[in-house]
Design a protein around this ligand. Structure first.
Ligand code: MN
Length: 240
């Protein structure tokens, strides 16, 4: 059996000094997919429904990666004053990619911004600014403390009987956390699979499709040291 092709969505970086903005993807996503036996295919953050259709025609699975905030106009809301940077080019390809992948029943693994894109593409909404809209003692944005990306900063409780529980094999895991936004109204068709102690949604999935699984934390950053994180990538690639 030939190795499967997994499309991974990229971000657009800001112009930095003399450098042009770049199409970028943190290395750990590529590493984790390769280690799981898949072939990563980087999808630039630009395009349209036509690009999305063409990409999906050659792919076996879709990985929605982490990144900046999702434009609230996509779920019919005005921007909150504390809305972070948005990436309209990225939104323009990720929303149609997600909807088409769902329509084709192509497996999706959604990480951080990815779980938010998945929810919005299916009709859900987000907290635009988690610290003001759902104040909590938990550190969901650990970069503010200068903590390394592979260090766990809060616990996540996993619902029994879910695919996530089956993959992780434990009811509670300590995870890293780098998110400014989070799921608010969960889209119809998605089931919440995991929560943080403050009630913030940290995982969703859907039994209506072959494989649709999202997490709010970043398992790619811990996959090289943590077997449970690696299992999330292995389960996705094995499902293709
Ligand atoms: Mn979190």
């Amino acid at each position: 059996m030939s190795r499967k092709l997994i499309g991974i969505t990229c971000e657009t970086t800001l112009k930095s000094g003399l450098e042009s903005p770049r199409q970028a993807l943190p290395r750990p996503y590529v590493w984790a997919i390769e280690r799981a036996g898949g072939i990563p295919v980087l999808l630039p953050a630009t395009g349209s429904i036509e690009n999305a259709e063409r990409y999906l025609s050659i792919l076996d699975g879709l990985l929605l990666s982490g990144g900046v905030d999702v434009d609230p106009a996509l779920y019919g809301e005005e921007a909150h004053p504390e809305l972070g940077r948005v990436d309209p080019d990225r939104d323009s390809i990720e929303i149609p990619l997600t909807r088409l992948a769902l329509a084709q029943n192509m497996p999706i693994f959604a990480i951080c911004r990815g779980i938010q894109v998945l929810n919005v593409a299916m009709g859900g909404t987000l907290y635009q600014d988690l610290p003001s809209e759902n104040p909590s003692h938990l550190q969901h944005q650990q970069r503010h403390d200068g903590i390394a990306r592979d260090v766990a900063t809060h616990n996540v409780w996993i619902e029994e009987g879910t695919r996530l529980a089956e993959i992780v094999g434990e009811p509670c895991i300590a995870t890293n956390s780098f998110h400014h936004q989070a799921l608010k109204k969960v889209a119809e068709g998605l089931t919440v699979t995991a929560y943080a102690e403050d009630g913030i949604i940290e995982g969703v999935e859907s039994a209506a499709y072959r494989y649709v699984l999202g997490v709010q934390f970043h398992p790619e950053e811990t996959a090289f040291v943590d077997e449970k994180s690696m299992r999330l990538f292995q389960a996705f690639v094995d499902a293709l």
